[in-house]
Design a protein around this ligand. Structure first.
Ligand code: FAD
Length: 501
């Protein structure tokens, strides 16, 4: 059978997921061959949050050929070098999860194992002092990597904090320039084909009807097509991630924006602090089982630095993911596909993953089951890996000062996470499952930050001479410090290259 190319695509929703999908598809599908339309309803609006990202966003922007300075200026973005976690392991303790690596491996041995060997002898500094991004973050510095690198440590791995609505606008302009068409209106009715069950037609409130071969459901938590029409089913993970509410409130900046996200644990959840060029994003994520909405709002208001710029915005959600993200001729991308709370800023990354895998497995009108099955397998793995990493932050706590922390500390966790924790706890070993997002330095930062320290070490680390090792570590630390000392302040870098107009 010959291929029957997709000629019409409808994207339902114009939030971050919708416009990222429209931008990417319009970049790769010539407008003469495939018509791309995006339907959104101003009356319904978007979720309006989602400001912190991880470094993978750079490859999305690069794939679109977006100039980074133009993007930073247009979205009021700042640079993000990692996340500072306060009060997660114990009250009064802080650790940093930096982007990029710690130090470098030596003689084939993982850096963190060598670090642990020296740490047992008190012959090294805190682990974050060997991570260029963490040292630069602590000093408020930023610089793009040199090309070619002058030393192994002048490469700062970075992402952005940006204004989500400005990002959607920015991508809308890009997508429209590449031929995508926007349709304003509220979808009130969806019909399916009587034999195949495929989505056939959308009807808008004004009576207009729209048909397509492929539908991308970016309609947010409601999952208009994937759930509302196709009843695909949802895997609820709230027994592992009990936070189900958030209250968000932007404030004026106080002082210079720092180049990192700050996540502070609270009595039944945690608070985010995300500095942009023109304002600061704040919010409290909490579990309604352990804290009511009034208490959450009061707690957030009592922990703000700057003047509020609006009234608090309340959101509720159920952590989990669709059982299948691709069902018949509908692919769910963004919140319609699932939601993991923003602790490690992974939602926009999962949108990007959904788009990249859709492009890699792009269907024709036959919708081959093997392609859909592979997409669903890859996306399930992507969500599940992130889920385990987020649960780790809660479960590996020593806090016992509230019923919420007692619950997450003592709850059972997925077997896949137990396996990783046991491997690390015994001899400091870590293995990435397939192409899961987070890799050894990410897990090591959180394992150690949350107090999971290996009981023994691989016997191979004994082969290295302790004095030489301590000397190399000190050289690394000094080199990183010297590199960072030469870097400009983040605010100065932005002023020179990419200030918002
Ligand atoms: P939405 O923004 O909800 O967009 C849905 C779209 O569908 C809208 O355009 C709406 O008009 C349209 N629509 C719906 N129904 C209809 C209809 N009947 N007819 C026509 N149009 C319709 N992610 C991160 O990566 N980093 C973060 O720091 C982060 N923080 C977050 C904090 C919180 C509290 C929450 C809840 C989420 C956060 N996220 C974060 C997730 C991030 O906000 C989302 O992944 C992102 O905004 C994408 O949302 P979306 O486009 O899927 O949905």
């Amino acid at each position: 059978m010959t291929q029957q190319p997709i000629r019409e695509i409808i994207i339902v929703g114009g939030g971050t997921a919708g416009w990222m999908s429209a931008a990417a598809l319009s970049r790769f599908l010539p407008r003469q061959q495939t018509r791309i339309r995006l339907v959104e309803s101003e009356a319904i609006g978007t979720v309006g949050v989602g400001e912190a990202t991880i470094p993978t966003i750079q490859s999305f922007n690069a794939m679109l050929g977006i100039d980074e300075d133009a993007f930073v200026a247009a979205t009021g973005a700042t640079f993000k070098l990692g996340i500072r976690f306060t009060d997660w392991r114990k009250r009064g303790e802080t650790y940093f999860h930096p982007f990029g690596r710690f130090g470098h491996d030596m003689e084939g041995m993982d850096f963190h194992k060598l670090f642990l060997k020296l740490a047992r002898q008190n012959r090294c500094a805190d682990i974050w002092q060997y991570a260029p991004s963490a040292v630069a973050a602590a000093a408020g510095k930023f610089e793009r990597p040199h090309s070619p690198a002058k030393t192994p440590f002048d490469h700062l791995s970075y992402a952005f904090h940006f204004d989500a609505s400005r990002y959607a606008q920015f991508l809308r302009q890009y997508a429209e320039e590449h031929g995508a068409e926007r349709v304003e209106g509220k979808i009130t009715h969806v019909t399916t084909h009587s034999e195949t069950g495929f989505v056939d037609q959308l009807t808008l409130a004004d009576g207009q009807t729209l048909s397509a071969d492929l539908f991308i459901d970016c309609s947010g938590f409601r999952g208009l097509l994937i759930e509302g029409t196709l009843e695909t089913g949802y895997e609820d993970w709230s027994h592992w991630l009990p936070c189900d509410r958030a209250v968000a409130l932007p404030t004026q900046n106080v002082g210079k924006p720092v180049p990192y996200t700050h996540a502070t644990a609270r009595e039944a959840g945690w608070q985010w602090h995300i500095p942009l060029q023109h304002r600061t994003g704040n919010g409290l994520v909490y579990s309604s089982r352990y804290m009511d909405d009034d208490r959450a709002e009061a707690l957030l208001l009592s922990n703000l630095n700057g003047q509020p710029l609006s009234s608090p915005r309340k959101l509720s959600f159920t952590t989990g993911r669709r059982k299948s993200l691709w069902n018949r001729n509908v692919v769910a991308i963004g919140l319609s596909g699932g939601f993991l709370e923003p602790l490690e800023s992974t939602s926009i990354h999962l949108i990007q993953t959904g788009i990249a895998k859709l492009i890699a497995l792009f269907p024709d009108k036959r919708f081959l089951p093997v392609e859909m099955a592979e997409y669903n397998r890859l996306m399930r793995n992507a969500y599940d890996g992130v889920r385990d990493f987020i649960i780790l932050h809660y479960h590996a706590t020593q806090r016992n000062d509230s019923p919420f922390w007692d619950h997450v500390r003592t709850m059972s966790v997925p077997d896949t996470l137990t396996h990783k924790m046991e491997l690390f706890r015994s001899k400091g070993r870590f293995f990435r499952f397939e192409d899961e997002l987070f890799s050894t330095p990410n897990w090591v930062a959180v394992f150690l930050g949350q107090g999971i320290v290996p009981e023994e070490l691989d016997q191979f680390v004994d082969a290295l001479d302790d004095d030489k090792l301590a000397h190399s570590f000190e050289e690394m630390r000094q080199l990183i410090r010297q590199n960072v000392a030469r870097m400009p302040d983040q605010s100065e870098f932005i002023r020179l290259h990419c200030a918002a107009p």
